[in-house]
Structure formats: C-alpha cells, structure tokens
Design a protein around this ligand. Structure first.
Ligand code: ADP
Length: 649
C-alpha cells in the first residue's frame, strides 16, 4: 500500500476538536487511555493465542513500554499485543462505527471534568492522545502477519490521516506522540512514572520505562539502556484483603470504571464451594449516563485464572444490578469460554447468585447504617460509642437510592428468589414525608390500629400524587399512603402483592375498603347516599357510557367532587397513558367515575337531572375534571373548554 490520505468520518473530526479543546485541564488521562489500549491489545493476543499459540512468535512475554525523547519531543507507548493490520488501522483509528459517539457528543456539558470522565465511558480513548500531541504516529503489525505487512498511520488530529505500508519486525503497536508546546511537562521520567503509578498500577502486565540515573559529570539525570517495571503488575483482587489499602481499592475502582468519584462501598471475597472464584464488587456513587438502557452490559469483568476473558460479562449479574462494577476471577471456567457458553454454565449461574447475594448484602448493610444512630446515655453512665466507620456510612444508602433506586425495583419482576430482600431495600415518599425515605417496614411499624393494608398511590409526579383526590379520605383519617412516582413503580408493584404478610393496596384501584378504619355510621351514610342518588347515577351512566365503565358514590373523597378509579388488577389510567406516550399499545382503560355525594357540584347535578343538555354538560365536565386532576387530558379538549365557558358565561 502506497501512502494514502484519508478523511476522518465526520463524527471523528468533531470529536477530535472537542477532545483537544475541552479536555486540556485534565491532560494526564491520555496516558491512562493509551496504556489501557495497550493492555487490551495484549489481552486480545493472549485470548486469540489460546487456539493459535504460534501468534506469540518468539516473544511470549507480554509487556508495555513507555519512553520519551526530549530532543525529538516524543512520548512512545509500545505494546507487543495483537497489533493492527492496515485495514484495521484505517477502520479503528479513522472511523467510529460506535453508536455511542453521537450520544457521547450530545452529553458533553462543557464542564471539563465531567466531559473527561465521559471520554472513558464511551471508549474514545485513543483520541485523547491529541490532548498533548499535535501529531500522532502509530506503527503496528498484527500478530501472525509477515513483517512486510505492517502499517504506519499518522495524523495531525484535524481533518484527515495518512496510512502507508511499513516493514515492522516486532508484533504489536507503537503509539508515538509528538508533544505540543504546552505539554512539555510530560517529557519527564518522573512525571510519566507518576501518572502510571496513579492510573495504571493495577494493569496486570509489566509497564516498563528506561531507568534514569544521576550523572555526576553532567550534573543531570540520564536515561539508561536498561528498562525497569514501574507498576506492581499484580492483579489487585488476587492479593489478600489485609494487604490492600482503601486507597488502592478506590484507585482500582476508578481505573476500571472511568468514574472520577470514589465508590460508595465494595466487597472483596474468595468464594469456595461447588465453584471457586474471587469477586471484587463495587457500588458506584453515581449512575452512568446510559443506566436506563436495559441492553447495557453489566460492569463486571470476567477473568479465568487471572487471564482476562471479557468486559461486561452480563451473565455474571442480573440485569437490575447492571450498574455494579467489578471483577470476577473464576478458577473453574474453561479459558475459551464464550458469551453463549456463559449463559448455560452451571458455574456461572452459581457465580451470578453469589454476586447477587453479595450486592444485596452490601445494600442491606448501607441501609442499616444510613441514619445516624441515636446515642443515648445509658443509666450506668456508659454511652454507646458509634464507630468512626459506621459514622462514615451515614447518608450513603440515601445517596445510592437516589441514583439507583428505580433500577433496583426492576428486580421485583426479575429476581423472584430475592423479592423479599429487594422489597426491604425500597424507599418511598409518603403523605407524611416528601423525602424518599420510607421503607415498607417503617410503614408497617406505624400502621393504624385496625389497618390491614399498605396503601399506595402511583402518579406522574410527587405533586400530582400528593394532591390526588383519592387521598382525601386517608388524609382525613390520618392514614399514611406511600407516594410512588417512578415510571417503573406500577409495573414493579404488579409483582409485589404483599409485604411481610400485609397486602399492598392502590388507593386508586377497586372500591375503598378501609375495613375497621371506617365506622358503622360512615358506612351507613354511604349506603344511604348510594340509594338516594340512584336516579342521578343512572343518568350519569347513560350520558357517560362511552367514557366510564360505571358511576358510583364514594366515601374516599372529602373536598373533590369526583375521581377516577379502575378495578383491582387493571392497568391504571396513568400507566395506560405512559404506555401510549412511549408509543406502545395500551389497552383501552374504561375507568369508574366515583362521585362525592356531599359536594355542591354533585348536588347541583342532582337538581339538574331533568334539565337535558345542561345536565349532560355538567356530567362531561365532572368526568373531564377528574381526568385532569390526575394529570390526564380530556379526549376532546375543545369540547371541554366550550362546556366550561358556557357555564362561566
Ligand atoms: P476503545 O479502546 O474503547 O475501543 P479507542 O479509541 O481507544 O477505543 O481505540 C479504538 C480501537 O483501536 C480499539 O478498539 C482497538 O481496536 C484499536 N487500538 C487502539 N489501540 C490499540 C493498540 N495499542 N493495539 C491494537 N489495537 C489498538
């Protein structure tokens, strides 16, 4: 192949511009990204060589070398991994076929710190070299190809790049950065070594740098021909817990997750039993931008006997825990395990169950320590001491829940075996508190005497839930109702019929049955009202027959004239609306209109029941308002406006 100039794909060009212009305040990440690519390339070689050992050629020891040349102003990162063919260099370094890129760009906030984090999440790592380089040259040869089929790729990071054939004896890749004027500080042994120590210490391959020694005669440090390893090159999780500091755990988390914040908690265990593995699992403190993508792979990397097998091994975690980050290193799985095989393996099933148990246990622990314990002085004058460690846990569960609570709920429908544990971890706002902090157990503990159900309401927003007419009778009687405003709530609740022996009951479904909470008199009054209102109800039913399935008198309302409810077990009007908005086929919901016999507007209806058109208008207004009150829209908004205006005039 003779020298060719090719254009970057439009997105790449745009991305490059962003990389060089928005990330200069966090320049040093370039080295982390390039070392990580080098390490991936070695992992890939090791993996391919399982079937084709000849790919190792005569260099079986995988390693990464980082060097620099002050005069030439270059930094070179070399690996002896899988390398790239000419076609691969063009494709991988010139086009981003990844759908994530567009998404990445749309998420850039202008906040350099956050944007720098995103670069990692979306895997546009290579281009970060342009933060410190005004030209990058890549020289590579794919393992297994002849020396004559190497490739040189070079670009100034603007519109285009050049490729040409290169004779290259060594397998693998060298990335040569031509350092910009304003990045001269990186042409330093000390500086590069420091960055490697900070970000890449856990890389399980040796990262070598030329030794530097003090030259007495010259009065300066001089690079030697000898190379030395500058990282510890032992996989962190293989070390014993007691030899790992919190800081090392946190640094490792940052390196595998591309998160700049420390995790909320982690758990590191050797599991022995029918299958043997090591797990190191982290609970992040912030949700990733694509949390809601259910196809998003899990954040757990799979190793087998310390050999990296794959990122994002989704079989190792249930989908509702897809945000957990970490590493599983199995002693039993075959090295050539594929994703398909993982799905079927009994060992993997055991690992997934073990991981799930572990994560839920971590969450239970955080939940237990979420609130600062009350320290009371005991009678004997001895005060219980709260450990510093426990103090540090306060507020973590709330923070976790704000980020991941809604995904956790998916577990109710996904993981039947752990449904009870998951239910205990849920938190809600309620009619007694706006903060999402009430657990089902808290609720149960303060249920009123005679109360036999956990009352809940689902709505689009906290305001809509709080002001919902269906709550009026509960408020009057001082009965707490849980307010559920996550989109997944109604779906998730359909899997949770009871908690600890007490049924959950939506206050917007079925007839109100407050059971023992309602006294005899109230029940009688309601029956009487239903009796005397029968003619109006019949008429309402007739007029609203296309909208309402039934019309009845209710005791659940205090201040509002009417509300809509559905039968037990039916989709709520709210869920039907959500499905429609999402473009999904929603079943036609015919709600029941319930009216408050005490309300003046309803009395007016009673008086107007022989009034023809006037009655019809009032009836439609009553129905449409009930719909509006819960965040819905009348089927025919113009007709609604016309009717109300007629009344106002
Ligand atoms: P990512 O690593 O997230 O895929 P990058 O932009 O960092 O994204 O790299 C793009 C692609 O270029 C990689 O997926 C890989 O195929 C190739 N690549 C980058 N660096 C190397 C390397 N040192 N050796 C072999 N291939 C590489």
């Amino acid at each position: 192949m003779s020298k060719q100039t090719l254009s970057f794909q439009a997105e790449v060009a745009q991305l490059l511009h962003l990389v060089t212009h928005s990330l200069y305040s966090n320049k040093e990440i370039f080295l982390r990204e390039l070392v990580s690519n080098a390490s991936d390339a070695c992992d890939k070689l090791r993996f391919e060589a399982l079937d084709k050992p000849e790919l190792y050629e005569d260099a079986p020891n995988l390693e990464i070398r980082v060097s620099f040349d002050k005069e030439a102003r270059t930094i070179t990162i070399t690996d002896n991994g899988i390398g790239m063919s000419q076609a691969e260099a063009v494709e991988h370094l010139g086009t981003i076929a990844k759908s994530g890129t567009r998404d990445f760009m749309s998420r850039l906030s202008g906040d350099q710190k956050k944007d720098a984090q995103l670069i990692g999440q979306f895997g546009v790592g290579f281009y970060s070299g342009f933060i410190v380089a005004d030209r990058i040259t890549v020289e590579s040869r794919r393992a297994g190809l002849p020396a004559a089929e190497g490739v040189r790729w070079s670009s100034g990071g603007t519109g285009d790049f050049e490729v040409e054939t290169l004779e290259r004896a060594a397998r693998g890749t060298s990335v040569i950065l031509h350092v910009r004027e304003d990045a001269t500080e990186y042409l330093s042994h000390w500086k590069l070594k420091q960055i490697i120590g900070r970000y890449s210490d856990h890389i399980s391959l040796p990262i070598l740098m030329p030794k530097e020694e003090w030259d007495k005669d010259k009065g300066e440090y001089v690079l030697q021909d000898e190379w030395e390893a500058v990282n510890s090159a032992s996989a962190l999780w293989t070390r014993s817990k007691k030899d790992i500091s919190d800081e090392q755990y946190i640094d490792f988390y940052k390196a595998i997750s591309y998160d700049s914040e420390a995790p909320l908690a982690w758990s590191h265990n050797r599991v022995e039993g029918s299958t043997e593995y090591t797990q190191l699992l982290y609970i992040p403190s912030k949700a990733p931008v694509d949390l809601w993508n259910r196809d998003r792979k899990s954040g757990v990397k799979l190793y087998v006997k310390r050999v990296f097998i794959m990122d994002d091994a989704e079989a190792l975690m249930p989908s509702y825990l897809r945000w957990v980050k970490g590493v599983v290193d199995s002693a039993d799985l075959p090295l050539n395990v594929s994703r398909e095989l993982l799905q079927e393996s009994r060992d993997v099933k055991a690992i997934r169950e073990g991981n799930t148990r572990r994560v839920l246990a971590m969450l239970e622990d955080l939940a237990k320590k979420d609130k600062a314990p009350e320290v009371t002085e005991a009678a004997d004058g001895v005060t219980d001491v709260v450990s510093e460690e426990d103090k540090a846990q306060v507020g973590k569960y709330s923070a976790f829940y704000a980020e991941f609570g809604a995904v956790l709920k998916e577990g109710l429908g996904e993981d039947f075996a752990n449904r009870d544990k998951i239910a205990r971890l849920l938190r809600f706002a309620s009619t007694t508190t706006d903060t999402v902090s009430v657990s089902l157990a808290d609720y149960k503990a303060r249920m009123k005497e005679g109360q036999t159900a956990i009352y809940v309401i689902t709505a689009d927003s906290l305001a809509a839930a709080k002001n919902s007419p269906q709550l009026e009778i509960f408020r009057k009687k001082g009965i707490e109702v849980l307010l559920m405003t996550d989109r997944v709530d109604e779906w998730a609740l359909s899997f949770l019929h009871e908690f600890d022996g007490t049924p959950l009951q939506s206050v917007a479904k079925g007839a109100v049955d407050l059971g023992a909470l309602q006294d005899e008199e109230e029940k009688k009054a309601a029956e009487q009202a239903a009796e005397s209102f029968k003619p109006v109800l019949d008429k309402l039913k007739e007029v609203l027959k296309d909208k309402a399935k039934d019309v009845r008198v209710t005791t659940r309302l205090v201040d509002s004239p009417a509300c809509l409810v559905v039968e037990d077990g039916e989709y709520s009007t709210q869920l039907a609306r959500l499905l429609k908005q999402a473009g999904q086929k929603a079943p036609e919901v015919h709600p029941i209109l319930e009216v408050n016999a005490e309300h003046p507007l309803v009395r007016k209806l009673d008086a107007a029941k022989d009034g023809g058109a006037h009655f019809d208008d009032l009836a439609h207004i009553l129905f449409d308002q009930a719909l509006l009150a819960e965040g819905g829209l009348p089927d025919d908004p113009a007709a609604y406006v016309r009717r109300v205006n007629a009344l106002l005039a």
